[in-house]
Design a protein around this ligand. Structure first.
Ligand SMILES: N[C@@H](CCC(=O)N[C@@H](CS)C(=O)NCC(=O)O)C(=O)O
Length: 266
């Protein structure tokens, strides 16, 4: 299939300048990357949708954007805004364009529902809305939420300036309050592990939250964990705390996705 025929997944790009070697400092929040040595594209927070496409085995190609490009590109593609802010429409990534139908779809749950409807022979991954799933999705959000400030600190230097400016405008006050001392770091890790403990209680025979097949909640959780692994790095204290928690449950969970090639980036 020619690459122009496959689904286009619009996502945020970032620049990476030896992230692993960068010392942790809240001053990094104000850093601008003036002369990146090299650029590496990697998923940020839209890993869940990329994961859904990988699990479904649907060919796609990522279109990498900075935050400043989201609105003009969404309008150009015909993707609808997903919310309003101060009375104005807000355009967001991820959104997809499917050349086989000419459809542009925004908002992750709607995109997942579209893919399920359009590609019925692939595993169903749209949200079912069951109570257990809603609860697991909420907890998966809390895992990322607990670590959000540390996450932005880690990825901040790797973001193109327009993306960083956008995030800073939205979350700046919260990020400014970030105490980079070990106590707040430990509290954030503890809160993330506590949220994971809630999910652990829900997982039945596994290996996925959805049982033998991954579900929408799995794309949320594994997508969020994937983003955290990328942001902090496999050798980081935070990532080690996650994979070693609860008897290594989350390291094993991630391996289930890894072994099936579901963490690939096209
Ligand atoms: N409901 C949307 C939310 C997506 C979303 O908030 N995306 C963020 C990036 S992680 C975004 O594009 N933000 C742009 C903005 O808020 O201006 C979804 O689930 O897809």
């Amino acid at each position: 299939m020619a690459s122009s025929d496959v689904i286009r997944l619009y996502d945020l790009t970032r620049n990476i300048e030896d992230l692993a070697a960068r010392p942790y400092s809240s001053n990094i929040l104000r850093t601008r990357l003036v002369h990146p040595l090299y650029h590496l594209r990697a998923p940020l927070t839209h890993s869940l949708l990329r994961l859904a496409l990988n699990i479904k085995g649907i060919a796609y190609k990522t279109v990498w954007l900075s935050a400043a490009d989201i609105e003009p590109e969404a309008i150009k593609a015909g993707a609808l805004p997903t919310s309003e802010r101060a009375g104005k429409p807000v355009y967001t990534v991820p959104f997809v364009v499917d050349p086989s139908t000419g459809r542009a779809v925004s908002d992750s749950p709607k995109i997942a529902a579209y893919l399920d409807a359009q590609y019925p022979d692939t595993p169903t991954l749209g949200p079912s809305g069951s109570e257990a799933e809603v609860h697991a999705v909420e907890l998966a959000g809390k895992v990322l939420g607990a670590l959000r400030a540390l996450f932005f600190t880690a990825v901040g230097p790797t973001l193109p300036q327009p993306t960083w400016a956008h995030i800073y405008k939205r979350f700046g006050a919260e990020l400014e309050k970030l105490d980079s001392g070990p106590e707040s770091r430990d509290a954030a890790i503890a809160a993330a592990l506590q949220a994971l403990a809630g999910i652990k209680g829900q997982v039945g025979r596994g290996p996925f939250i959805g049982g033998r097949q991954p579900s929408w909640a799995d794309t949320m959780l594994a997508g969020n964990l994937w983003s955290l692994r990328i942001a902090f790095g496999e050798g980081s204290e935070i990532w080690k705390a996650i994979v070693e928690a609860h008897g290594g449950r989350w390291g094993a969970y991630m391996r289930e996705f890894e072994e099936r090639g579901w963490f690939s980036v096209a």
